[in-house]
Design a binder for this molecule. Structure first.
Ligand code: GAR
Length: 191
């Protein structure tokens, strides 16, 4: 582990969590967001990274699953921890083995409910509302070989009110994510 732990954030889309994490740790000397890894050339997170001055690594499905190029890059950058912030692909075994208990994910619902393959972003909020849940929330968990099944580290809840739309719920969930994800990352990584 580096004296100031080096973090890779993986994201596939907008990247508002990635930005929040980067801004939270800016100037704190607790840990460093060393690079943002992204599988989607059109993702807005790439623009956010440029604005924040954070290096980006863009990779394809075959880079990820058929070569060791992403793992090699993580090694070259001496990355200590991986944070998934809206990243939608399963992590390959080689990376899981290289980062035992050092890959975490945030999921926008109270796992084990509303998780698994295909459950991401707005689909989660639509399902929660369609099921008439009165409560939802966020789950931060360790990552293993299955979608959304690793050990749970932290959860926080919010109310789902009658008439809430998926967009309204997404906004509440994002507020929870922005409040808690950086704090939980800081505690885990920098003690
Ligand atoms: C976040 O709400 C995150 O919890 C969710 O995607 C959103 C990404 O937003 N992740 C998943 O659904 C993973 N299964 P962002 O790109 O603005 O950070």
């Amino acid at each position: 582990m580096n004296p100031i732990p080096r973090i890779a954030v993986f994201a596939s889309g907008s990247g508002s969590n990635a930005q929040r994490i980067a801004e939270y740790f800016e100037g704190r000397d607790l840990l460093e967001i060393s690079a943002i890894y992204c599988n989607n050339p059109d993702a807005y997170v790439l623009e956010r990274a440029n604005m924040l001055g954070i290096h980006t690594v863009l990779f394809t499905r075959s880079d990820f699953y058929q070569t060791t190029s992403v793992l090699d890059d993580l090694n070259n950058r001496e990355i200590d921890w991986i944070v998934l912030a809206g990243f939608l692909w399963l992590i390959p075994d080689s990376i899981l083995k290289a980062y035992p208990q050092r890959i975490i994910n945030i999921h926008p619902a109270l796992l084990p409910a509303y998780g698994g393959k295909g459950m991401y972003g707005m689909k989660v909020h639509e399902s929660v509302i369609a099921s008439g849940e009165k409560q939802s929330g966020i789950t931060i968990h360790h990552v293993n070989e299955s979608y959304d099944e690793g050990d749970i580290i932290f959860q926080a809840t919010c109310q789902v009110h009658p008439g809430d739309t998926p967009e309204m719920l997404a906004a509440k969930i994002h507020e929870l994510e922005y409040e808690y994800f950086p704090v939980v990352i800081g505690k885990l990584v920098a003690g």
